[in-house]
Design a protein. Structure first.
Length: 81
């Protein structure tokens, strides 16, 4: 199982901060699976919405492999100051 963490606007919009999901090959497959839930999931993660992912606390690209038992964080881009 994967641990999926949602942060900031995604956590608020999805009304979910964490969940367990079956393993998938990569970030793109994970996002596609979440978008199929429809509604706010498709609105926040589909189309041209901007977000980032981290796999085991390291920034990742959607095509990066997700190892078994990984933690995947999904969050909007952030700026520092």
């Amino acid at each position: 199982m994967l641990t999926i963490l949602y942060f900031a606007r995604l956590r608020d919009a999805l009304l979910c901060s964490e969940e367990q999901l079956p393993e998938v090959a990569n970030g793109r497959e994970l996002i596609a699976q979440l978008v199929t839930r429809g509604g706010v999931w498709a609105e926040e993660l589909g189309g041209n919405r901007v977000f980032r992912i981290a796999i085991n606390q390291e920034m990742a690209q959607l095509d990066d492999a997700i190892p078994a038992g990984a933690e995947v964080a999904i969050f909007p881009p952030v700026t520092g100051g």
